[in-house]
Design a protein around this ligand. Structure first.
Ligand SMILES: Nc1ncnc2c1ncn2[C@@H]1O[C@H](COP(=O)(O)OP(=O)(O)OP(=O)(O)O)[C@@H](O)[C@H]1O
Ligand SMILES: [Mg+2]
Length: 362
């Protein structure tokens, strides 16, 4: 390499050199004439490295590869002219390594006298990031699939119940009363199939939140109870619902609210295998609505109360997915409401759904 200029370059102090050498990045500094004034220890190593003594004082064109120089020059010029640094990613020639490259203007007396350029090899770091993103997506996908399966299980059970009832009606010949009942069951089946479709769509599109949802609580509670009556689990459960017809509309979509009520009522029935009572009470509270689902079952032991809303937490191995409460809470929270367990001295469990009124605040 020939010396590109006879003029001496400004030398770095020994502390400056030591500091640059301590940095675990590939760094060099050029002056306004593109001569190398600093070249740190890390920059001496690797396939692109040169010993410092060979490059100090030389023009950058003689130091970098032709391709490297052509790619770097516009960035350095911009830093000198505009006094602003930049950063970007750059690949090695064979594409096997990825670098994060930065250029920073060095100002003295308000003038850019030098530009520092450094790069870090981030190949391994980027590979790790990509792996983490993939793992994250897989975990999300797993939860989503489990969520869809859980949500669809309820309507399917209702459909199966209706189909069974239809079969027994069909076995008894048709008179006017049976024909009416048959039509009713068919309507339920149609409704549940449509609900499955909407549920799957809304679960997959979990980012939806247009704030315009509205549900009539008395109607939704009545429909949920009508569907639950068909479940064998409710055979020995006496249900009392106190839901005033005059309630304002709730700020949640009807399907989600029905899903929440059904998840809570199913849990209640499962907590009373020998039978018991279930109360559903709704009332208007300050700025919103409150729906209480209470049962006379075995209750939730103190040590489990902080865990029951966790996804996949269940005390029904083989029978439960542990997603009922987690999904129900996600659905109401997504609409600015909440679902909580209310501790009481009395027997049984009380779950409280807090909802915004449609178009109102939480
Ligand atoms: N009303 C209740 N009484 C007593 N324990 C309850 C009640 N509701 C929920 N739990 C407890 O909370 C746990 C989690 O409920 P969650 O609905 O999330 O899942 P799961 O009912 O176990 O399963 P899945 O909903 O998939 O059938 C239950 O396993 C149960 O231990
Ligand atoms: Mg459940």
């Amino acid at each position: 390499m020939a010396l590109s200029s006879r003029q001496p370059v400004e030398e770095l102090s020994s502390l400056g050199t030591a500091i640059l050498d301590a940095l675990p990045i590939n760094c060099y500094v050029v002056d306004r004439r593109m001569r190398v004034v600093a070249w740190n220890r890390t920059r001496e190593k690797g396939p692109l490295g040169h010993p410092r003594r060979e490059v100090l004082g030389r023009h950058l064109r003689e130091v970098l590869s032709e391709r490297g120089f052509r790619a770097t020059l516009p960035h350095l010029r911009r830093a000198f002219d505009q006094g602003r640094g930049d950063a970007g990613l750059s690949e090695s020639r064979d594409g096997s390594r990825l670098f994060y490259v930065r250029r920073l203007p060095i100002l003295r007396a308000g003038k850019v006298t030098h530009v520092a350029s450094w790069f870090e090899d981030i190949t391994e770091q980027r590979a790790l990031e990509l792996r983490l993103i993939a793992t994250d997506r897989l975990a999300y996908l797993g939860q989503l699939v489990a969520g869809v399966a859980h949500e669809v299980a309820n309507p399917l059970a209702s459909i199966a119940g209706c189909a069974e009832a239809l079969a027994s009606l069909a076995a008894h010949g048709a008179d006017e009363a049976r024909a009416r009942e048959t039509r009713e069951f068919l309507d339920l089946i149609r409704g549940e199939v449509a609900r499955c479709e909407r549920l799957v769509r809304s679960l997959v599109d979990s980012a939806r939140s247009d704030g315009s949802a509205s549900a009539d609580v008395p109607t939704i509670v009545a429909t949920a109870l009508r569907l639950l009556e068909r479940h064998p689990a409710f055979a020995k459960v006496r249900v009392t619902s106190r839901v005033p017809a005059s309630l304002p509309a709730a700020g949640i979509d009807g399907d989600s609210l029905k899903q929440v009520v059904m998840a809570l009522a199913s849990n209640a029935a499962q907590a009373m295998p020998a039978g018991g009572r279930l109360w559903i009470d709704a009332r208007e509270v300050d700025g919103g609505l409150r729906v209480d689902v209470r049962d006379s079952g075995r209750g939730v032991p103190l040590q489990l109360r902080s865990r029951i809303f966790e996804p996949f937490f269940t005390t029904k191995p083989g029978r439960g997915t542990g997603l009922g409460l987690a999904i129900a809470r996600t659905l109401v929270r997504g609409r600015g409401g909440d679902l909580v367990f209310v501790a009481r001295r009395a027997r049984g469990a009380l779950f409280r759904v807090l909802l915004r009124t449609a178009g109102g605040k939480a």
